[in-house]
Design a protein around this ligand. Structure first.
Ligand SMILES: [Zn+2]
Length: 221
């Protein structure tokens, strides 16, 4: 009988093959007297619940090694969250903004940036993957409302099917496999110019209406 891979191990193999180094990370658990922070590490004062490496692992140990992934998600860490590390293979730009992702993506395209892989963390927080950069600038910009920032190298980045502390899931909006990474600096520059939610919606729908108006109604020229 052939052995069926668990969903987490199968995802890990796919992501590693696409070049993302991975690491098993603690997962959320229902808070009780042994897990006051809601993290499987059982530290009552855990500062980053469900978002730090398992046991004695460090972010430097993220890997694409099939043997190592099999040992983790095929063995003792089968229920661990799945994560990569910012700066290992990709930069990660985090956006807090209330607009729907399709409006943000349309804004990026209008600014000549094709978004690459994008994660939805819920609650108006999304994370864009981009190519590695050495540009030494301040990577934080407040928005009306929200903010955009590049995660520090070494930050843990949860990947599906991980769950966050509090129970929210992590989902791919696009990608990740087979999608080109955008230039990090150009992506950040386009996102830092995002207008308010109302202005972005008006821009998005105005743009679409203009496209509709320019199209012949009956198909004739
Ligand atoms: Zn913890």
């Amino acid at each position: 009988m052939s052995k069926v891979l668990s969903p987490r191990l199968a995802r890990a193999f796919d992501l590693a093959e696409a070049g993302l180094p991975l690491l098993p990370v603690h997962s959320p658990v229902p808070p009780d007297r042994w897990h006051l922070s809601g993290c499987s590490c059982a530290r009552p004062d855990c500062p980053t619940p469900a978002a730090h490496p398992l046991r004695r692992l460090t972010v430097d140990q993220a890997t694409t090694s099939t043997r190592r992934l099999l040992r983790w998600w095929g063995g003792s860490a089968s229920t661990a969250n799945l994560a990569t590390v910012a700066g290992a293979a990709v930069e990660v730009i985090e956006l807090r903004h209330p607009s729907p992702h399709d409006e943000v993506a349309a804004w990026l395209r209008a600014n000549q940036v094709e978004p690459g892989p994008v994660l939805d963390l819920g609650g108006g927080c999304i994370q864009f993957f981009a190519s590695l950069t050495n540009v030494p600038v301040g990577w934080y910009h407040p928005l009306p409302p929200g903010w955009v920032t590049k995660l520090e190298h070494g930050s843990v980045v949860l990947l599906p099917p991980s769950r966050q502390a509090g129970g929210l899931s992590v989902e791919w909006l696009t990608g990740p496999i087979g999608i080109k990474l955008p230039d990090c600096w150009r992506l950040f520059q386009a996102l830092r110019r995002l207008p308010t939610r109302a202005a972005l919606a008006a821009y998005h729908h105005g743009d679409r209406d203009a496209t509709e108006r320019s199209r012949p109604v009956d198909g004739s020229a």
